[in-house]
Design a protein around this ligand. Structure first.
Ligand code: AHR
Length: 505
């Protein structure tokens, strides 16, 4: 049985410009994201600094725009000074966040150079767990002050003459979480974030600051945390963070496929709190939402398998942590979460797929071996490449189903329009049948093409890409012309697709 869906795009009805920082990513000193991920000096493709060229090529292909660094939970115990200066003199430290040993072979200088090579803007997080105002200000002065002071001259002696010019700074990470090193109450964190922001702005008024919001929507303090933090930091921060991870639970594929409905509610609630508090940026705009960690993450496996293994008393360097193998369904959910982020382009200023390599990542590697694209690589890459110009919210006529996240449409979609190019990003949540989607693009269609990510021929929605075999990749999807402004595509079950069309004005 096939279901018929209608989608109408009015290209003149524009919500907001596409915030290109929506296609951000995240590199944490965790597991094998940095060491044995982007950095592996013994790998045949490694450059003089130890960074893998094959991984760098995949990162460039992914097309992300901004990268959050160096954590995550890691940052709450990190001393940034450990990662600068001659490598041989850098201390080896315990990383209590991930029960690992941190060699400090990669620090600010190496990572900033790698980010430039990868085409990524650097978004730096400061430690507000074990440290505070002074250390955050020192790092900013070290990184961004041109010269003539002890800290800026130290940077220059360490080989970087020009300032790094880092614009976006995160004021700590997930400080509401009891698992966080230096965990704080909303009041304690709000005060600390405000005073840190004040001093950082004195040092460099051009920066943008992100206050830490709740670690997830289910936190018992969600809402109250945002209200307190936003009130305390009013006029001092530009963004507040949202972190959101989703997983498939046994027997609830429908609920998992509706994860974006949960994200949609989360974003609407945070936006409403920003409005209720009247929280403004220094420029007088409403504070933006920085979804600076989002993804599919099998947290049950982390809690039951990885975590007990990590907490055995060993302190390994770069252990294998949360290296989820992503299925087709996971890729479809990632694509649908991107659709929802775009649907909130008027409030969401940034978003970071967490993480980039090996750790819940679109790119995986083996030491001395290959690097490959996980299934989730494709919806991210295809969206980042074509979502430009302005966001348009289409009118969607599709059946809905009740799920654990609320009523979910069988098909969801968002469009972007730039000049004569219209792109429509679509998700089909149905598990069994195909969906015939009739689209009216609101302008004469000159040509159109579509790509789909779904189960490969003969495979199922649980298919994954591995080091040895990568059966999941985007495939051409047939586009039928049904009228001057209208087209039809047939989406297989559990599918994400991108349609691109050239239209006449
Ligand atoms: O991305 C993995 C971890 O998830 C991050 O370190 C932390 O911020 C979040 O809980």
């Amino acid at each position: 049985m096939t279901t018929s869906i209608r989608i109408a795009v009015d290209p003149t009805d524009r919500l907001a410009a596409v915030p290109r920082r929506l296609f951000g990513t995240f590199v944490e000193h965790m597991g094998r994201c940095v060491y044995d991920g982007i950095h592996e000096p013994e790998h045949p493709t490694a450059d003089a600094d130890g960074f893998r060229a094959d991984v760098l090529a995949l990162v460039r292909e992914l097309g992300a725009t901004i990268v959050r660094y160096p954590g995550g939970n890691f940052v709450s115990g990190y001393r940034w000074e450990d990662g600068v200066g001659p490598r041989a003199q850098r201390p080896v430290r315990l990383d209590a966040a991930w029960h690992s040993t941190e060699t400090n072979h990669v620090g600010l200088h190496e990572f900033a150079a790698w980010a430039v090579a990868a085409g990524l803007e650097l978004m730096e997080a400061v430690n507000l767990g074990t440290r505070g105002v002074a250390e955050a200000a020192d790092l900013l002065e070290y990184a961004n002050h041109p010269g003539g002071t002890a800290l800026s001259e130290r940077r220059r002696r360490n080989g970087r003459d020009e300032p790094f010019g880092i614009r976006v700074w995160c004021l700590g990470n997930e400080m509401d979480g009891p698992w966080q090193i230096g965990h704080k109450t909303a009041d304690e964190y709000g005060r600390l974030a405000a005073e840190t922001a004040r001093l950082m702005r004195f040092i460099d008024p051009s920066i943008e600051l992100v206050a830490a919001g709740s670690s997830n929507h289910e936190m018992p303090t969600f809402g109250a945390w945002e209200r307190t933090v936003l009130a305390r930091t009013d006029g001092l921060v530009d963004h507040i963070s949202v972190h959101a991870y989703y997983e498939e639970t046994p027997g609830d594929a429908e609920g998992f496929l509706a994860s974006a409905v949960g994200l949609d509610r989360y974003l609407r609630e945070v936006a409403a709190i920003i409005d209720e508090v009247g929280a403004r940026t220094p420029a007088g705009e409403p504070v933006g939402i920085s979804v600076d960690e989002w993804n599919v993450w099998n947290q049950t496996r982390w809690n039951e398998v990885d975590k007990p293994r990590v907490l055995t008393g060993e302190w390994p360097v770069a252990p294998r942590l949360i290296e989820d193998d992503y299925t087709v369904t996971d890729a479809v959910v990632v694509g649908s979460l991107l659709i929802t982020l775009l649907r909130h382009a008027d409030r969401v200023t940034m978003a970071n797929l967490a993480q980039l390599v090996n750790v819940i990542a679109p790119i995986r590697t083996e030491p001395g071996g290959p690097a490959w694209r996980q299934t989730t690589f494709f919806p991210f890459q295809l969206t980042a490449a074509e979502a430009t110009g302005s966001v348009v919210l289409p009118r969607i006529d599709a059946p809905t189903t009740a799920t654990r996240h609320g009523e979910a449409g069988l098909v969801d979609a968002v469009a972007t329009v730039e000049g004569d190019r219209t792109s429509v990003f679509l998700v089909h949540r149905g598990l069994e049948d195909a969906a015939v989607v009739d689209l009216d693009l609101g302008a004469e269609v000159a040509d159109a093409a579509a790509l789909v990510v779904s189960a490969p021929e003969g495979g199922d929605r649980r298919t994954v890409n591995t080091a040895d075999s990568q059966p999941v990749r985007p495939l051409d999807l047939r586009v039928e012309r049904t009228g001057p402004t209208s087209i039809r595509v047939t989406l297989p079950p559990v599918a994400w697709a991108r349609l691109t069309a050239r239209t006449s004005a």
